[in-house]
Design a protein around this ligand. Structure first.
Ligand code: CAA
Length: 386
């Protein structure tokens, strides 16, 4: 499965090999059990941290590996191939939350959060959506009133990955409601503040072992030191963090699809019908050929976006293209992997049943398929001039 392109590098390939080894030993064997129990022990994140996966792109002075987005994307594909529910927790922590602290945080914030985050002593969560605002993220209502030495936060956030065990929450709140998305501010809110509680754990179709909950703020006093970036500039931070995050979800989709594809190939070679292996039938072969080609295409789009991000080039369009193509590809590959398994693909004894369920979210979170189309079209039209 090695793909050497101009977008990869030696450090990235080492990170990928290390992630593959960890996934084979620690993620794949436990994925089904964690799916059934709908939880992952926090200690598994700490094990991943020992190998550097919780601070892959943090500067070394803050306990990270100082790697680039290419290394990160390649490693995250491997973690997703092992267990997508685990991978999303790692990626939210790294690319949605901590990369924002690296980019927009004060020295004090970097020193406070990053060394502990690299060790997974503290895990991050990202909170943009609300019960009434998903795709229209700029319409969020959670209010943070400036009270001099603190913000008074009231409202409910929704669909927060890692919420049950996270220690700090990159939370987007409205500081100037009259300015709509130009009145949104980013706050780093620590768990345990009076007035901050968690809602019940969501029972999901797929990635069931990841922990998703509401955050409820009732007259919660958040210190001014929680401000990330500038007041009323939070929406752009949210969007820039999603450019990073969409590369992670593209990697996740490629990883799930790769796992489903490998199972389909194995099964097609073993399963006998009409006196021969079903891999010998051309209709099976056509499916396998399409799966292989589309996984590679998605992987290359992901590497391209990661390569641009590593070089500091704005890649909103390329990140959305990678996320859109990879998530649609993942759903189709998992659909066909179930089809190749026939009835056996529809039961839990075979992992493709889980891959099929896990695939679905890749077209929903960090921007739906519909939003990715919108973003790509806007970028294409803007780049085409008048
Ligand atoms: N980088 C930098 N700036 C950006 C940007 C980007 N990628 N995208 C937008 N902006 C800026 C714009 O330039 C604009 O700035 P100006 O006002 O100075 O011109 C400002 O932000 C507002 O942008 P838009 O006018 O495009 O805003 P909009 O209200 O039309 O929204 C949208 C655009 C693309 C639909 C956006 O709301 C969006 O991405 N929605 C989807 C939200 C989403 O992905 N949610 C996922 C939740 S997180 C999650 O799923 C995590 C998890 O659990 C795993």
């Amino acid at each position: 499965m090695t793909i050497a392109t101009h977008e990869t590098n030696e450090a990235a390939e080492m990170a990928r090999d290390s992630a593959r080894d960890f996934a084979e030993k620690r993620l794949r064997p436990t994925a089904q059990e964690f799916d059934e129990h709908e939880a992952i022990p926090k200690s598994l994140y700490q094990e991943a941290a020992e190998l550097g996966f919780m601070g892959m792109m943090f500067p070394e002075e803050f306990g990270g590996l100082g790697l680039d987005y290419t290394a990160y994307a390649m490693a995250m594909e491997e973690l997703a191939r092992g267990n997508a529910a685990f991978q999303v927790g790692v990626t939210v922590h790294n690319s949605l939350v901590c990369s924002g602290i690296i980019k927009f945080g004060t020295d004090e914030q970097k020193r406070r959060y990053l060394p502990k985050a690299a060790k997974a002593e503290w895990i991050g969560a990202y909170s943009l959506s609300e019960p009434g605002s998903g795709t229209d993220a700029g319409s969020l209502k959670t209010r943070a009133e400036d009270k001099g030495d603190h913000y008074l936060v009231n409202g409910t956030k929704a669909w927060v990955t890692n919420a049950g065990f996270a220690d700090f929450f990159l939370t987007f709140v409205s500081t100037s409601p009259e300015l709509k998305n130009k009145g949104i501010t980013a706050l780093l809110i620590d768990k345990g503040l009076p007035g901050f509680t968690l809602g019940k754990k969501e029972m999901k179709l797929g990635i069931k072992a990841s922990d998703t909950r509401e955050l409820i703020f009732q007259n919660c006093k958040v210190p001014k030191s929680a401000l990330l970036g500038k007041v009323n500039e939070g929406f752009k931070i949210a969007m820039m963090q999603l450019d990073n995050g969409r590369i992670s979800i593209a990697s996740q989709a490629v990883g799930i699809a790769q796992a489903a594809f490998e199972e389909a190939v194995k099964y097609a070679k073993q399963r006998q019908q009409f006196g021969k292996a079903i891999a010998e039938f051309q209709l099976t072969q056509a499916k396998l050929a399409q799966m292989a080609m589309n996984i590679d295409a998605a992987r290359l789009l992901t590497y391209r976006a990661a390569g641009l991000m590593s070089r500091g080039v704005k890649c909103t369009k390329e990140a959305s293209m990678a996320k859109l193509f990879a998530s649609q590809m993942c759903n189709k590959v998992c659909f066909d992997a179930v089809q190749i398994h026939g009835g056996n693909g529809y039961v839990r004894e075979f992992p493709v049943e889980r891959y099929f369920r896990d695939a679905r979210i890749t077209e929903i979170y960090e921007g739906t398929t519909e939003v990715q189309h919108l973003i790509i079209a806007r970028e294409v039209l803007a780049q085409s001039g008048s």
